[in-house]
Design a protein around this ligand. Structure first.
Ligand code: NAD
Ligand code: 3PG
Length: 410
């Protein structure tokens, strides 16, 4: 497949050690200019590298702020090789005409398995017992040690991960209740709690699976922790901004909570070489993990394939299906036509200017696809035209006021 910008000139910037499977997908599709970094880049270096890139792939550490995106002059698409997309300023990316893709399911199971393992560990008081052994102690006792069977698991955020956790927990004989801002279909025997307060008062284990949004920022503070049953345990593998970490540390010190497992923190080290600092450090009843809920080899390999394939599909074919910030268009192949892509501000008059251009040139449109949202319009036009004519049309499309990006796929 030939594109208006030769593939061999398309620069792919991959950060944070995304799986080799992603590199393989790009190479198999004919992309040879791949710059691969094992770590995230410091902001000044990121701005420098992103200025040259057409496609960027990252994980949860790299912050694509509005400021960074303004440096990305050539960027056509972003791939988050993870579930969360809060590290990207999605609104700015959209206003620049850049769709953002992610892997909404590929590490779901990995997170769910870790949460189940942690629930069992916390119910048995294993973190404290293990620490005592490390110090030469021997705390052989059943005190504070419980089976998971017959206990109540409260899930906050009953989405992909939350439902998986619920299914696994039920198979161990736990009773599952959940709280979500949306009405959700219950899996198995899970039941919606009457409210967040109701869930907190009934649960032996509370686990958070909400995304980072303005509504979830610090949604779990001293009040919510106090509403939990004495001796209950808390698991947070969602985002560090969701829980008031000082309030959690206090509840663990006072033993209002018997334990907690925390995988995500308000401030996380930028690389594995940087120190980790948290008020939870040194508390025996806390399992602390370095944001590895989704870090299994299976998940990373699947994510590499999923996100790289979406980026290649967009670059080769124009499809934006499953983009998280962009009008979604699923496009068929176009073996006999030239395909023109036009991304524009969603303001009155742009579409009529586009259509005028084709009727004035007496160009036959084979197919047209259009999707808009409040900010952006994305129109794809397949035409029977030669390469030169398609180039000319693209140049004219680019002059229409409100144009953000235009491309042609031959
Ligand atoms: N620790 C890790 O390595 C890791 C790995 C994957 C995902 N995550 C995090 O987990 C989050 C959840 O992932 P998912 O795939 O289940 O997402 P999802 O979108 O499928 O589910 C999130 C659920 O939370 C609900 N929700 C949103 N705001 C809420 C609120 N204020 N109160 C209650 N419910 C609310 C939504 O309605 C949705 O059902 C991701 O956004 C990501 O931040 C972490
Ligand atoms: O959003 C996610 O999928 C998780 O937070 C994992 O992010 P990571 O790929 O940076 O580990």
């Amino acid at each position: 497949m030939k594109t208006s910008f030769p593939k061999q000139d398309i620069r792919v910037l991959l950060l944070e050690g995304v799986s080799q499977t992603a590199v393989d997908v790009f190479q198999r599709a004919g992309y040879s200019q791949i710059e691969y970094h094992k770590k995230s880049l410091p902001e000044n270096e990121l701005k420098e590298r992103i200025a040259e890139a057409h496609i960027v792939g990252l994980r949860s550490r790299t912050q694509l702020t509005a400021d960074v995106l303004e440096h990305a002059r050539r960027l056509i698409a972003v791939g988050c090789f993870c579930i969360g997309t809060n590290q990207v300023d999605l609104g700015t990316a959209e206003r620049l005409g850049v769709p953002v893709f992610n892997a909404p399911y590929s590490n779901t199971r990995s997170v769910a398995e870790l949460v189940i393992a942690e629930a069992i560990m916390l119910l048995r008081g294993i973190p404290q017992k293990s620490m005592q052994c490390h110090r030469g102690g021997w705390a052989k006792s059943a005190n504070g040690s419980y089976e998971a069977r017959d206990k109540v698991l409260g899930i906050i955020g009953y989405g992909h991960i939350g439902t998986q956790v619920g299914v696994l927990a039920e198979s161990m004989g736990m009773h599952v209740i959940f709280h979500d801002v949306e009405t959700k279909l219950s899996m198995g025997n899970a039941r919606a709690a009457a409210s967040l307060q109701d869930l907190l008062q009934r649960s032996d284990v509370v686990t958070l699976h909400v995304p980072e949004t303005p509504s979830t920022k610090m949604m779990f503070g001293a009040r919510e922790i106090a509403a939990m049953r004495k001796g209950a345990v808390l698991i947070n593998a969602s985002r560090g901004s969701v829980v008031d970490i000082e309030a959690l540390a206090e509840a663990l010190r006072s033993e209002h909570l018997a334990g907690a497992a925390v995988d995500v923190f308000p401030t996380e080290p930028k690389s594995n070489d940087d120190p980790f600092v948290s008020p939870l450090v040194g508390l025996d009843n806390a399992i602390l993990t370095p944001h590895i809920g989704g870090s299994t080899l299976e998940a990373q390999d699947n994510i590499g394939i999923e996100v790289a394939s979406k980026l290649v599909r967009y670059s080769d074919n124009g499809s934006t299906l499953s983009a998280v910030n962009f009008p979604e268009v699923s496009l068929p192949e176009h073996p006999k036509s030239r395909r023109l892509l036009h991304i524009h501000k969603n303001v009155p008059g742009v579409l009529s200017r586009i259509n005028e251009l084709f009727s004035a040139g007496n160009i036959n449109i084979d197919a047209q696809f259009l999707q808009t949202d409040a900010e952006v319009g994305y129109v794809v036009i397949d035409v029977s035209a030669g390469e030169d004519q398609a180039d000319e049309l693209k140049a004219k499309l680019a002059t229409i006021p409100g144009t953000l990006r235009s491309r042609v796929l031959y």
